[in-house]
Design a protein around this ligand. Sequence first.
Ligand SMILES: [Zn+2]
Length: 426
Amino acid sequence: MSARARWVTLLLMALNSVSLSLLAILAPISVTTIRPQSVFAQAKVVDSAFEALKARYFKLKNTDLECRLTQDWLEAGESLHSYAAAGSTHAPAAFFLAGLIFERLAEVQQSDDLARRALDNFTAIINKHPQDEYADDALVRRADLLARRFAEVDKARADYLAVIHNYPRSDQFGVAQARLRAGNPVNKERQFVSEDSGALRVMIDPGHGGEDQGARGYAGLLEKDVVLDLSLRLEKVLQARGVAVRRTRSGDEFVPLALRTQAANEWNADVFISLHTNASLKGESSGLHVYYLDTAGDEAARLLAERENDVDSMGGGQSDVQFMLGDLMQGAKAAQSLKLAQVVAASLNALAPNNKRARAGRVGVKKAPFYVLVGAHMPCVLVELLFIDSPEDAKRLADTEFRDEAARRLADAVISFSKLAPAQHS
Ligand SMILES: [Zn+2]
């Protein structure tokens, strides 16, 4: 899928999840103002049948996190499939959504039959709509499912190779490449068990790195350096308390956002914590916020997420389709992510600035559509520790004692959270 299509759809999705009562009003307006004004685009837009199916999907997704209304999900999947099979305007998108629904149901019910129905929908896109923007995504979804559910490693490999050969400019190229490089994806997550059996597993994600510097702070302080150092301190504290730790980057290197959660998933981490520092771009704000993933953040959260997500344009990022998928996968974990965010915020509260600049209160738990949290199979949060471009905040961020205390408090939070929600990997 192209970068532009990605952003347009991401925005539409964010709007879709704002509120279902608003959906009917907002969706047609946003579509006509954002889409290119070609006759073709217009023709696509007025398909109210698809809009209704999509609305039904979003309603389920937003109200039934744990997929308990099996019959409703099944009917939504079947309706999308029938709509697509009739060769309707949005057939590929409808097949894709149907595929996602059956895939999720298969996971919840542990059902091979449902997994096969997911495969059928992805296959329909691959065979009937190979030029469509969903074709590359369908190949990766099908391959992942074949490998994980049915242990069909050769077929999965063929699909990943098809992405590389047939869709070299697709955003799925890097994903397919990474899957092939990782080798046999079957039960990959089990291979590390021996090294830290039984221990709580924490994946620390120091934001940015390499050519992606993150926010440029007061007096030349760089976000990528501050968060890497903080991550190293946090790692030490956690390890000293018997926690197994990995980092998404080891030094000053560029790591695509998609590969960060992927690493956490493959290791079967219990917690994913992404560390950042905020910036107001004018140096006027101060504060400390803990975010969990949600497509329905407020305007300020959306703008922040846009800045943190911007690295996506550097390649290796995620598509809106993966975003939708990741959102769905967080599903049952969303409540735990909120809990984790609350525990982290409570622990960091004492570090929050208490000055006029900290307009948004002391410590806030917020939701925002951060790409780096998308697709994580475990509770995950993103911490924006102070504003690096505020003179007062930057002074504290540069102080190693402050970093040590932040690391200690983050470790406290992760450990008390794990006692609320025992490790699930073993
Ligand atoms: Zn950042």
